[in-house]
Design a binder for this molecule. Sequence first.
Ligand code: UD1
Length: 421
Amino acid sequence: MDKLRITGGQQLNGTIEIGGAKNAALPLMTASVLTAEPVLFNNVPDLMDVKSLIDLLNDMGANITRDGSNLTIDNKSMTSTKASYDLVRKMRASVLVLGPLLARFGTAEVSLPGGCAIGTRPVDMHISALEQMGAKIEIKDGYIYATAPENGLNGAEIVFSQKSVGATENLLMAASLANGHTILHNAAREPEVTDLAELLIKMGAKITGLGTDNLEITGVSELSGAEHAVIPDRIETGTYMIATAMTGGRVVLKNARLDLLDALLPVLKMAGVDIEQIENGDIIVERAGNGLNSVDITTKPYPGFPTDLQAQLMAMLTVANGAGIVDETIFENRFMHVPELIRMGADITVKGSSALVRGVEQLKGAEVMATDLRASVSLILAGLVAEGTTVVNRIYHLDRGYENLEQKLGACGAKLERIKT
Ligand code: UD1
């Protein structure tokens, strides 16, 4: 398993190009299952999770071609409606094939998902909502066996008990090809959900309420092919903003969207970071001189502070002046980076879902273990400012969601080296 060796102490100065969003690309790709016509995607990031989904769709009979960041998926001759354990276990988002398969083929057999170990992360809301649309679902031997009524899924009024990005996406896709009208109450409002709805509309779906927590869908009998560019990755953008905040320096972010980071910007501003969008759309992140101020954050569904930036922000607080509190309200087990940060000299006390982080003068390099995608990047950020050398083990988590991280940070002056083992 590859490791990453980081020599801390370098400021970041330079330019970083932001890629397409992983969390948008995956649902968009599964939406291609809804049509027999090819769907062309632009700005698709080159990530392990994207490769895993390509493998899964290929296994079901898709015809996929990739040319740089363009990806064409043709599901005309999709032969199988089974998503097997070997392919699904690598990535939780694979469960997003459930709604499209059921809607187009009337049947689906999908392994229960794996993915990051950040809590139990059930899929009960996906299942119960599809049942409300008339699907018969049985869980047996680790698989979800689902069948639609003979004439297809039926529109329904669905009230989600909590906000779920994946359940909203699965249901949006299923309802687009269902009979009649569906309303999704308490739907997730993440930009990636809106991106999916925009692709579905291009494919011929009838959806209103985009960007709100009430989505209304009138099913159509067929969807067509389309072309769609994946939105920029707001989590990658936020990660590099936090990295620059920690090291100091000046970094220009290209192809990013500031409007998707409304919750992070005031937090970084309070911490003492300057962020500005200039005329050509580039975003400039700068932290000159003085150190960082501590801030408190609480993770919330969009437009609140994203749980996917919690670990990175916590890494920042470990070297800020004073104490900050991090409350994690989305996942019950998302502090696995804490013991690793403590190994590097951080002062963090966890009580339930709340962490008190007291800034220290200097982190110290250490050998640490990546436990999930965002936790691994938080350790790299800590390594950038730690004294000496940090080795992050199990870097495969990172490859699931960050494209060319070593090259991007390296081009800005960071010292990172991948050790192949
Ligand atoms: C997506 C993102 C992930 C992000 C998360 C929250 C993708 C591919 N992944 O994951 O990076 O951290 O949103 O912003 O887009 N839940 C249930 N039952 C369900 C479904 C969810 O209890 O059937 C719970 C989860 O355990 C969690 C909460 O709801 O506590 C939110 O999860 P959800 O929004 O569904 O996350 P994902 O879609 O899996």
